[in-house]
Design a protein around this ligand. Structure first.
Ligand SMILES: NC(=O)c1ccc[n+]([C@@H]2O[C@H](COP(=O)([O-])OP(=O)(O)OC[C@H]3O[C@@H](n4cnc5c(N)ncnc54)[C@H](OP(=O)(O)O)[C@@H]3O)[C@@H](O)[C@H]2O)c1
Length: 274
């Protein structure tokens, strides 16, 4: 039985991914902050997939100490991890800082995942065909890496911050894929589409309504995550940015040199060198 860990697996795209992979026979771990929501999600999936092996774990990606403790505990429980899905994400309208003082979107969407992945990488390498799947967004095209904004120093624009965090997801994927070349582990990122989930909950009601007019269901939005996590054909994908299960272009700002620089800075910010 294969094992998958899905961050943010208690709602939206992550929950739909957890459901589909449980139905395919995966042992599924979901990791998020709100345990009540996580337990409700698991109850819903269990009812639909009798015999599913599911477990909810508490994780706040906005606290690097918690990420370290989580990874330590997880490595004890799961020495071989077939699939790691970095799905959790947020898009707050207001500026917030993480426990270590990073701007929240950069800190949670990128930095927490960077640390988690590095701490769990040995368990993914131990799998026969390990995979890392990173849920980014087409919004990464709006992002640029601005080192001077990592701690929220600059004027905060939520869309610019979201774009930066999602570009960081793509750059992280590129450099991780390069580093894992020849190991058998597959690393890819994706855009799920515009999906009807809680991600836009901070937007004014009217903006939410307009956004909802062009969205797809969470089940549809989860298709590329499920494909990259589990499809035999996806074994041929490595270092790709995927939409609708097909490779697509990344922003011209997604350059290898920027990816290497961000990796080095992320090592310094998290104090973690793989
Ligand atoms: N919906 C879209 O149209 C869309 C489009 C492009 C990309 N995406 C990406 O898709 C991913 C999933 O988002 P969604 O649309 O499914 O939104 P969602 O329903 O709001 O789900 C977000 C998930 O992230 C978790 N999360 C948030 N902050 C966290 C933290 N500090 N630590 C751990 N977990 C945290 C949440 O759980 P807790 O609150 O319990 O922590 C929740 O499970 C995100 O990366 C998002 O950027 C979404």
């Amino acid at each position: 039985m294969k094992t998958v860990l899905i961050t943010g697996g208690n709602s939206g795209i992550g929950k739909a991914t957890a459901h589909a992979l449980a139905a395919q026979g995966f042992r599924v771990f979901i990791a998020a902050r709100d345990m009540e929501k996580s337990r409700a999600a698991l109850a819903e999936i269990s009812a639909a997939v009798p015999g599913a092996q599911l477990l909810a774990l508490k994780l706040d990606l906005g606290d690097l100490d918690q990420v370290r403790a989580f990874a330590e505990d997880f490595r004890q429980r799961v020495p071989v991890l077939d699939v790691l899905i970095l799905n959790a994400g947020l898009f707050p309208l207001g500026k917030h800082l993480t426990a270590q003082g990073f701007e929240q979107q950069f800190g949670v969407n990128h930095l927490g995942h960077f640390l988690l992945t590095n701490l769990l990488l040995d368990t993914v390498k131990a799998a026969e065909q390990g995979r890392v799947v990173i849920v980014s967004s087409i919004m990464h095209w709006l992002g640029r890496i601005n080192v001077g904004s990592f701690r929220g120093e600059k004027f905060y624009n939520p869309i610019v911050a979201y774009g930066q965090s999602k570009l960081a997801n793509v750059l992280f994927m590129m450099e991780l894929a390069r580093r894992l070349e020849g190991t058998g582990v597959r690393v890819n990122a994706l855009h799920p589409g515009g999906v009807d989930t809680g991600i836009a909950r901070d937007l004014p009601k009217i903006a939410q309504k307009i956004y909802a007019m062009s969205t797809v269901t969470a089940e549809k939005g989860a298709e590329s995550s499920i494909f990259l996590a589990a499809a035999p054909e996806a074994q041929a994908f490595h270092g790709e940015f995927v939409r609708n299960c097909k490779p697509m272009r990344t922003s011209p700002l997604a350059k290898q040199a920027t990816a290497e620089k961000l990796w080095q800075l992320s090592e310094e910010m998290t104090g973690c060198r793989y």
